[in-house]
Write a protein that binds this ligand. Structure first.
Ligand code: NAD
Length: 513
């Protein structure tokens, strides 16, 4: 059942892993797990190469990274095949989830990098303006480590790697051991586009490799993955004072209001719970539907789920779970829900055989006593809870250790904004969900256990991989500042006058502000 298994060590004592496809058990390859020595060598090469890359004008770096879009467009079918073989996601899903957003990110960031990264003159307020001029320079950090998961193995690697490169860093990518070749494509297309080999590298391996990278004294770690691993990385980065962003798990809630377009809400609940077999950090994992429309909504959801194709076939809407570990989690959550009184209206079982396909499932009568409603399930399950009204929906949506994203289905956009203001989540989407990661203008990051820090931030995205260095120039230079030594009676007199007549006067306060 396992799609990854440990092989005997090499003669040189290296650990080895064998990989098979969740689609058809086809052998995909063998990996040697990179150890601390490999990490140190890669970091040394990256450190040597980074200054040359950073010395290129941003426009030139953007031209090279932008060329990777041509390579991606040309080689997309090969990338789709790799992603499909490694994750089992239907090819069309590899297009929607991986290729299209990856094209958009490369296009967007490379077009905007020069503007985002050029030194910026910032106006100073009245008190300082006569004396100083402020520039902010966006300096590369150095060598950035990017550690990524298996559920969006291409795009979740490409986005941070491209931003960090544009900002002038060298990057070492450590993709998931379950999807190493999908991650490796990111490095391949960037190298083919002209990024020097030592400036963008890939290291294969599992947690041992990831941990070694985190401890290698890098200048930033960009991590996407589970909460448990995120905590370990956060602790290690804290100890070393290495900056990091942590994009972690979610348990996203969808709220269906009484005035929602129920046809769209039901279709959305089905797709947004099931796409990628439910293995998306931004999947809808909990649906709260207002009681007055719940019967009609549940009926419509069941009709739609019954039509979803999931058996092993090229035309399937839902592919297999990615590996046996995930299958166990889904089984465990459903068993716990059944034991505690939930009703499984549809599905609820693995398809059978030794495969990883699982029936698209609809569960009602769920409560917050069930792990299905409290822990990340990451499976093809639509879990629906009736609520009295929107207030109860909001309270329950917030009753979670996670806070990645959330969604509100209503015909009233202002109501959607009012509800959003009461949700403790990194983002909120109206009449849709999950798409927020694909909006580069939006800051993206989770609250509570769902993460630390943001990625994607408008034209400023690549600035997340820089140090914003203020450079303060002095405009009027007297021989010495009046607050410098020696202090004398006039020092305090002048400062007191500033406080009393400047900040003490309402009109002057405004001029100084
Ligand atoms: P994971 O945490 O098991 O692994 C993620 C990566 O970390 C892998 O490359 C793994 O090899 C590496 N790793 C494992 N142990 C490590 C350690 N001690 N030090 C350093 N690296 C280590 O996560 P996963 O199972 O691959 O991915 C699924 C999780 O990712 C889900 O929880 C999902 O919600 C989350 N996710 C979050 C986002 C987001 O943007 N917030 C996006 C996608 C996935």
């Amino acid at each position: 059942m396992a799609i990854i298994r440990t092989l005997p060590d090499t003669a040189a004592g290296r650990r080895r892993l064998a990989l098979v496809s969740p689609v058809d058990r086809r052998r995909l390859g063998e990996l040697e797990v990179s150890g601390r020595g490999d990490v140190d060598e890669a970091v040394a090469r990256a450190r040597a190469a980074q200054p040359g890359w950073a010395a290129l004008p941003v426009r030139e770096r953007a031209r090279i990274v932008g060329r990777a879009l041509d390579v991606l467009v040309r080689r997309r079918d090969e990338i789709i095949e790799t992603v499909h073989a490694e994750t089992g996601k239907p090819r069309v899903e590899a297009l929607t989830m991986e290729i299209v957003p990856a094209c958009d990110f490369l296009n967007h960031w490379s077009a905007r990098a020069e503007r985002a990264l050029r030194p910026e003159r910032r106006g100073l307020h009245g008190y300082l303006r006569p004396f100083k001029t402020l520039f902010v320079h966006y300096r590369p950090l150095g060598v950035v480590g990017v550690i990524t998961p298996w559920n969006g193995p291409f795009v979740l690697s490409l986005n941070p790697v491209a931003q960090a490169l544009l900002a002038g860093n060298a990057v070492i990518l450590k993709p998931s051991e379950v999807t190493p070749y999908s991650g490796e494509w990111v490095v391949r297309i960037l190298r083919e586009a002209g990024v020097p080999a030592d400036v963008v590298q890939v290291l294969h391996g599992d947690g041992e490799t990831g941990a070694a990278l985190v401890e290698a004294g890098l200048d930033k770690i960009s991590f996407t993955g589970s909460v448990a691993t995120g905590r370990k990385i956060g602790a290690a980065c804290g100890a070393a004072l290495t900056p990091c962003t942590l994009e972690l798990g979610g348990k996203d809630a969808m709220i269906v209001c009484a005035d929602a377009d129920l046809e769209r809400a039901a279709a959305g609940a089905v797709y947004l719970s099931l796409f990628n077999c439910g293995q998306v950090c931004l999947s809808v994992e909990r649906v709260y539907v207002v009681d007055s429309v719940a019967d009609e909504f549940i009926r419509s959801v069941c009709e739609k789920v019954a039509e979803v194709r999931y058996r092993r076939a090229d035309s399937a809407d839902v592919g297999p779970l990615v590996w046996d570990r995930q299958l166990e989690v889904v089984r465990r959550h459903l068993a716990d829900a059944r034991d505690r009184g939930a009703t499984v209206l549809l599905g609820g079982e693995p398809v059978g055989g030794d495969g990883l396909h699982f029936e698209p499932t609809v569960v009602t009568d769920v409560t917050h006593d069930m792990t299905l409603m409290t822990e990340e399930t990451f499976g093809p399950v639509v879990a629906i809870m009736r609520v009295r009204d929107e207030d109860e929906a909001i309270r329950l949506a917030n009753d979670s250790p996670y806070g990645l994203s959330g969604s509100v289905f209503t015909e009233d956009r202002e109501k959607a904004r009012r509800i959003a203001a009461r949700l403790d989540t990194g983002s909120v989407v109206h009449n849709d969900a999950a798409v927020i990661y694909g909006v580069p203008e939006a800051p993206f990051g989770g609250r509570k256990d769902s993460g630390l820090g943001h990625i994607n931030n408008g034209a400023e995205g690549p600035r997340g991989y820089t140090h914003a260095q203020p450079v303060l120039l002095t405009r009027r230079a007297a021989r010495k500042e009046h607050v410098w030594y020696p202090y004398d009676a006039s020092t305090a007199r002048q400062l007191n006058a500033l406080v009393r007549f400047g900040f003490g006067n309402r009109l002057l306060r405004r001029l100084l502000s």
